[in-house]
Design a protein around this ligand. Structure first.
Ligand code: ZN
Length: 705
C-alpha cells in the first residue's frame, strides 16, 4: 500500500507540471491523459504511461533544437541566456520561490557564467521514477530511548501499546509468555591493525520499564525477545546517546562573546540540480526560510575525500595524502581537521557518517585510531550493520532495523544539538546510504529530512546554530551524466547556509558580504576559510591561516571579487563550470591524435605506479564528444574537452572525460592525473578495479582478471 500511495503522489506532482507545459497543438492529448491519472487503477495507469511517453516524445521533438543550443552548441552567452529563460518557465510554476533571474542562470559574473538547468527537463522526465516515501517501518518500535529532563539521564521506555499489539496478534497473554528486553553496550576497541573498525558488544543487561541508562554508555543495541513454542519474536534496535560528560563554562547571553554553533549537514553526491529535482519539499523549506544558497559553489576534486579535505583542512588531495597519511594507522589522528580548532575553543564536537565501508576517512584508508570527536557515530554504524536486519536500494544498505539508515545519523545529530543547545557545538553529519549510487533515491528521504529540519526549528536550534546544508559533488556516474547538463550535475554540489538572527543583527556587514557571495564563484577552500573566520568572529583584528590548496581563497563573510575565476578559487579546468565550450566533430584529425595522447598519458600513469602487471593497457575505442573552449582559435594553445571510451569489452563501458590544454598540432601533451585531475571516469569502476587498492589509480585501472 505504501508503494501505491507513493506512486499516486509522484504522478500527481508530475501531472501538475505537465498540464502547464507550453507545448504545441498536441496538448489536448496530454491533457486528457493527465486527467485520467488521478484514479489509481492499474489499467488506467498503464494507459496513462503510454500516453505520457507519447506526450514526452512530442514535447522532446519540439524542444530538442533549442535545448541543444542552450547547453553545448552556443558560443554566445546572450543567446544562451535567452534560451534558458524560455526553459525556466516550466519550473517557475513548480516552484514559486525562485525568481526569474534564478531560473536563467545559477551564476552570472563577468568571468563566470553557469547556466540554470531545468531539473525536470523532458529528457529527465523520461528516466526519473521517484518514490517520495520510505517504507522501512513495518513494525512499531518496542523500546524507545527518552531523555528525562529532570533526572538529566536517558531512560529506556517500552512502548506498551506496541508490545500489547504483539500479544493480541499472536493470541497470547503477558502473564504466560513474558517479553524480555535487554541492552548491549557498543564498545570501540581501538586496537589491532584496524582500530577504527573493531567493536564489541558487552553482555546483555535485562531491564524493566523506564530503566535509567548508565551515563557512560554512548551507544547501545536493544534486543527484545518473546519465546513461544515454535518461534521466537525478536526485535532489535540501536540508539546513540549524547551523554554530557562536561559542560562548557559559557555565558549564552553575553552577545559580544557569544559563539555560534555550527552544523555541517551533508548528503553525498547531490548537485543543486538534483536537490531541486528529488527533494522539492526540503528545497522549498530552505527557500521559504531564506537560507543563503551558494549558487556558484563548484567542487574542486572528483570524489568525497578531496572535496571534504579541502573544506576541513584547506589542503588539496595530494597535500592531504602527504600530511594526513590516511593510509597509515594514526595518520589522520594527527591531521589538522578544522573540528580540532573548534574543540580547542571550547566547542563540543561530533561526527557521524553512515556506511562505514565507504565513509570519508575509511574507504581504502585507516580512519582514526582514537575517536576524532567527543561524540563519534562509527562504532554504532558498525554494530547496526552487523546486528540489525537490512535491505538494499541501489546496491547500498537502505533500511536498517526498522528505520532508514540515514535516520540513525540524524537522530544522533538531533540528540547532539539538543543536549548542547546552549553551549557552542560543532557537528559533521554525513550520509551516503540514500544518495551515493542512484540520483533518484534522495526523493525517498525528502519528507524525512524536512521533518528533522522542522523539529530542529521548533526546538530553537537554528536560533544559535549556523547550518551548512551541503554536498560534496553531484552524481559521478550513471544516466544523469549522459544528459545535457550532465557536466554541471557532476560539478555543482548543493550548498545552503542558515544564519541565526542574533548573528545577522550583530554582524550586518558580514551577512551582506555573504549575501553578495551567494552570487560569486566559490569552492570548498572558501568554506574552510569561512569556518576559521567563524572561530574568530568576535575578534576585530583576526588573523587566519590561508588554505594551502588555494591561497587566494577567502572567508565568505568577506566580499569575493566580482571577477573571480576558477584558478582564483582553486578549481582546475576539468572541474570548472564557468567557461563555455563549443562542440567539434569527433572525426577531426587533431581530436583523434589528442585522444590517443590522453590514453597514452593514462597508460604511463599506470606504468609509473607499477600497476601494469595487474591493470590492462588502455586502448582508445570510441570518441564520443569533443569540445573546444568557446573563444579559442584552432591554431593556438587551446583547451579541449574530450569524452571517449576504452577497452570495449569492459562492463560497464569505460567512459572517460579529459580536459587538456595544448597546441592542437602538438604531438605531446601534459596530463596531470593527481592534483588537477585532468581525466575523470563517467562510469562505475568499483567492479573493474578490484585488483588494486590505490584509490586514486582505481579510476584508470581495468583489471586484467
Ligand atoms: Zn562523495
Amino acid at each position: 500500500m505504501d508503494t501505491e500511495r507513493s506512486r499516486g503522489y509522484k504522478y500527481e506532482r508530475l501531472v501538475i507540471m505537465d498540464s502547464n507545459e507550453p507545448i504545441p497543438s498536441e496538448t489536448n492529448i496530454c491533457k486528457n491523459c493527465c486527467n485520467s491519472v488521478i484514479t489509481n487503477t492499474s489499467a488506467k495507469y498503464g494507459q496513462w504511461m503510454l500516453n505520457i511517453i507519447f506526450c514526452s516524445f512530442l514535447f522532446t521533438l519540439f524542444t530538442y533544437k533549442s535545448f541543444k543550443n542552450s547547453i553545448g552548441f552556443h558560443n554566445n552567452l546572450s543567446e544562451m541566456q535567452i534560451n534558458l529563460t524560455l526553459k525556466g518557465v516550466a519550473l517557475s510554476r513548480f516552484d514559486s520561490n525562485e525568481t526569474n533571474d534564478d531560473l536563467k542562470y545559477f551564476l552570472n559574473t563577468s568571468q563566470c557564467f553557469i547556466p540554470y538547468i531545468d531539473p525536470l527537463m523532458p529528457e529527465i522526465r523520461k528516466l526519473y521514477k521517484p518514490h517520495f516515501t520510505t517504507d522501512c517501518s513495518k513494525h512499531k518500535t518496542l523500546v524507545n530511548v527518552v531523555f528525562d529532563n529532570n533526572a538529566k539521564q536517558y531512560i529506556l521506555r517500552m512502548n506498551m501499546t506496541a508490545v500489547q499489539q504483539i500479544y493480541t496478534d499472536n493470541n497470547l497473554t503477558m502473564q504466560r509468555d513474558p517479553m524480555q528486553c535487554c541492552y548491549q553496550e557498543i564498545v570501540r576497541l581501538e586496537s589491532g591493525s584496524n582500530p577504527d573498525s573493531k567493536i564489541s558488544l558487552l553482555a546483555c543487561t535485562y531491564f524493566r520499564q523506564d530503566y535509567m541508562v548508565p551515563p557512560h554508555i554512548d551507544s547501545l543495541l536493544v534486543v527484545c525477545k518473546l519465546k513461544l513454542d515454535h518461534k521466537t519474536i525478536t526485535q532489535k534496535n540501536a540508539f546513540f546517546l549524547v551523554q554530557v560528560k562536561n559542560r562548557t563554562r559559557y555565558d549564552f547571553n553575553a552577545t559580544a562573546q557569544r559563539k555560534p554553533s555550527l552544523i555541517l549537514w551533508g548528503i553525498d553526491s547531490v548537485s543543486r540540480i538534483n536537490f531541486r529535482r528529488t527533494m522539492p519539499q526540503t528545497f522549498n523549506y530552505l527557500k521559504q526560510r531564506k537560507w543563503f544558497e551558494l549558487r556558484g559553489y563548484n567542487k574542486i576534486g572528483d570524489n568525497t575525500f578531496p572535496n571534504l579535505m579541502a573544506l576541513l583542512t584547506g589542503q588539496n588531495q595530494t597535500a592531504a595524502m602527504t600530511t594526513c597519511k590516511p593510509k597509515k594507522i594514526g595518520g589522520l589522528d594527527d591531521c589538522k581537521l578544522i573540528w580540532k580548532e573548534f574543540h580547542k575553543q571550547g566547542y563540543h564536537t561530533a561526527y557521524g557518517e553512515d556506511m562505514p565501508s565507504m565513509s570519508t576517512f575509511n574507504y581504502l584508508k585507516k580512519g582514526f585510531r582514537e575517536a576524532p570527536t567527543n561524540y563519534y557515530f562509527r562504532p554504532m554504524s558498525l554494530a547496526i550493520e552487523e546486528h540489525l536486519t537490512s535491505n538494499k536500494k541501489a546496491g547500498l544498505k537502505y533500511c536498517v532495523g526498522n528505520r532508514q539508515y540515514g535516520e540513525y545519523v540524524y537522530d544522533m545529530a538531533l540528540q547532539f544539538v539538543t543536549r548542547f543547545q546552549y553551549e557552542p557545538n560543532f557537528g559533521l553529519f554525513w550520509t551516503n546510504s540514500f544518495s551515493h549510487n542512484d540520483y533518484s533515491v534522495p526523493a525517498t528521504m525528502d519528507s524525512t529530512i524536512l521533518k528533522y529540519l522542522k523539529e530542529m526549528e521548533t526546538l530553537g536550534i537554528f536560533d544559535n546554530t549556523i547550518v551548512f546544508f551541503l554536498s560534496d559533488h553531484g552524481m559521478r556516474f550513471g544516466q544523469l551524466l549522459r544528459l545535457p547538463g550532465g557536466f554541471l550535475e557532476e560539478r555543482l554540489p548543493t550548498f545552503f547556509i542558515s544564519i541565526p538572527k542574533w548573528l545577522r543583527n550583530t554582524y550586518p556587514e558580514l551577512i551582506k558580504n555573504l549575501e553578495t557571495n551567494c552570487q560569486r564563484l566559490a569552492s570548498p577552500y572558501d568554506i574552510y576559510m569561512t569556518m576559521q573566520h567563524l572561530l574568530k568572529i568576535n575578534e576585530p583584528n583576526y588573523d587566519i591561516e590561508a588554505a594551502t590548496g588555494c591561497t587566494r581563497c577567502q572567508s565568505l563573510f568577506r566580499e569575493v571579487p566580482e571577477n573571480r575565476t576558477c584558478p582564483d578559487a582553486g578549481i582546475s579546468e576539468n572541474w570548472c563550470t564557468c567557461t563555455q565550450y563549443k562542440i567539434l566533430s569527433s572525426n577531426r584529425k587533431e581530436i583523434k591524435r589528442l585522444s590517443s595522447l590522453i590514453v597514452k598519458g593514462m597508460n604511463d600513469y599506470i606504468i609509473n605506479k607499477n600497476l601494469s602487471s595487474v591493470c590492462s593497457e588502455l586502448t582508445l575505442h570510441n570518441i564520443k564528444e569533443a569540445k573546444q573552449h568557446y573563444n579559442d582559435e584552432d591554431f593556438t594553445l587551446s583547451t579541449y574537452r574530450i569524452e571517449f571510451s576504452v577497452n570495449p569489452k569492459t562492463k560497464p563501458e569505460a567512459i572517460f572525460a579529459a580536459t587538456v590544454k595544448c597546441d592542437p598540432s602538438s604531438h605531446e601533451i601534459t596530463l596531470n592525473l593527481n592534483v588537477e585531475e585532468d581525466v575523470n571516469r563517467y562510469t562505475k569502476y568499483e567492479n573493474t578495479a578490484k585488483c588494486i587498492q590505490d584509490k586514486e589509480a582505481k579510476k584508470y585501472c581495468i583489471c586484467k582478471k
